[in-house]
Design a protein around this ligand. Structure first.
Ligand SMILES: [Zn+2]
Length: 442
């Protein structure tokens, strides 16, 4: 028996019967009668004296916590027979009292969690009958309680319908023997990467020699979720200005796709390491690309906010080009910008390979160095003596950083005094190093 991959937080409660005495064939949804985070909910279920628990809980932010593994019976619904058959879920209220309202993020997450429970436990559809004979049950069917509250109770038919839509679409695809055929001329984000790590690395090093080398990490993390790691990498090149950052997100956040950075100085989410940052991005992409459950544990704090499966193609990642007006980014031509970068990566001629662990280690070290100061940025490429003059030293420094300066022009990169300083330093270093030009400097 498995647990949901949507879980972002786990804190096992002692209040359970292990193992459960029946097979899982039901879901029971509860409200918290409070606005508790998944962490606080864990604290509530922790004391033995509380004599209460649930398999899962969902916070108002849509994150999912687990307190009793599905293999075990949680003490949630005042009914042993029900809870031995049911996976129970507590949902946070974003307003207290009245109709005990539940926020949209929590509701969206609830639908995905119910669908995931059905999938893994062979529940073909959710049948809400309004009484305990159905397989979607309520606490107030078994006890005199307000739970799940008027608002959530009114959503039961909607929840069943949304879950069943997902299950039917998947079984339809399975019967057809394959996913729906890709639309002509569009680029799927699922599947194997087409670019190699060396191509990705060489491409980026040409634009930003100080960039962390995460090419192999992108490919590994992508492969783990069935997402093209080279597409995610190209997206990061766009989102971070070739890993120069310079916007609201700082390099040490390991957030390579602006997750949660909504503009106006909001730095967005931070991740504990480069690898976890890349993993979160891949998972966030997967949320947009299809409705498949995650293969690994969810580290993307915004996974539950995404309407799943709306952008199977790169071209549809931008809301302006998406047929449903949905997708990752609001800016125009988002997908075609990523495609242009991807094409340039695929054009790179580069054979050698490096392991992901080496790359991840170097990336962490590089970030440390970067925090220590920008002096370590690479020098512009050496030119033969006769080519170097003040003018072309500046030109070479400019061209080496072309993407960055272009980013300054179109506003995607914030101007930074250090950039100008760097440009001048790079040109100066190039001249100084060149013996034939020593006269110019004296
Ligand atoms: Zn309840």
């Amino acid at each position: 028996m498995s647990n949901s991959k949507l879980v972002c937080f786990t804190m096992i409660s002692p209040n359970s019967t292990n193992p459960r005495k029946d097979t899982i064939r039901k879901i029971t949804i509860h409200h918290m009668a409070g606005n508790l985070s998944v962490e606080t909910c864990g604290n509530v279920f922790a004391p033995v004296s509380r004599q209460a628990s649930a398999n899962y809980a969902i916070g108002t932010d849509g994150r999912v916590g687990m307190y009793v593994e599905e293999a075990n019976r949680a003490w949630t619904s005042s009914n042993a027979d029900n809870d031995n058959q049911a996976v129970t879920i507590e949902v946070a209220n974003d307003r207290i009292g009245d109709d005990w309202h539940v926020g949209d993020a929590a509701l969206a997450s609830l639908v995905e969690l119910c669908a995931d429970i059905c999938r893994r436990n062979g529940i073909g559809r959710l049948n809400y009958t309004g009484d305990a004979t159905g397989n979607l049950t309520r606490h107030n069917m078994f006890a005199a309680t307000a739970c799940p509250g008027p608002y959530l109770q009114s959503k039961y038919p909607y929840i069943a319908e949304e879950v069943n839509k997902r299950l039917a679409a998947e079984s339809g695809r399975a019967e057809a023997g394959a996913e729906a055929g890709p639309e002509a001329g569009l680029t799927q984000i699922t599947g194997e990467a087409k670019a190699g790590a060396a191509q990705m690395r060489t491409y980026l090093a040409g634009l930003n020699p100080e960039a962390p080398d995460l090419a192999a990490v992108y490919l590994e993390e992508g492969a783990a979720e069935g997402i093209r790691g080279d597409v995610a990498f190209a997206q990061s090149c766009l989102e971070t200005g070739n890993f120069r950052f310079g916007g609201d997100v700082k390099p040490e956040q390991f957030n390579y796709a602006g997750i949660g950075a909504t503009g106006g100085g909001n730095p967005g989410n931070s991740f504990e390491s480069p690898r976890v940052g890349v993993r979160a991005q891949i998972q966030h992409l997967k949320a947009y690309v299809n409705r498949e459950p995650l293969a690994g544990e969810c580290v993307d704090p915004r996974f539950a906010y995404v309407e799943r499966g709306v952008s199977p193609y790169i071209e549809w990642l931008g809301q302006k080009e998406n047929p449903q007006g949905k997708g990752w980014a609001t800016g125009k031509d988002y997908g075609s910008k990523i495609l242009r970068i991807l094409d340039a990566i695929l054009d790179v001629d580069a054979p050698e390979e490096k392991t992901a662990d080496e790359s991840a280690k170097e990336a962490a070290e590089k970030t440390e160095r970067k925090k220590a100061g920008r002096k370590t940025r690479k020098e512009a490429p050496a030119k033969s003596p006769e080519e170097v003059t003040v003018d072309n030293a500046l030109a070479v420094a400019l061209i080496t950083e072309r993407e960055h300066w272009l980013g300054l022009l179109d506003g995607s990169v914030k101007p930074d005094k250090a950039d100008i300083q760097y440009l001048l330093d790079a040109a100066y270093e190039m001249l100084k190093k060149n013996e034939a030009e020593q006269r110019l400097l004296r």
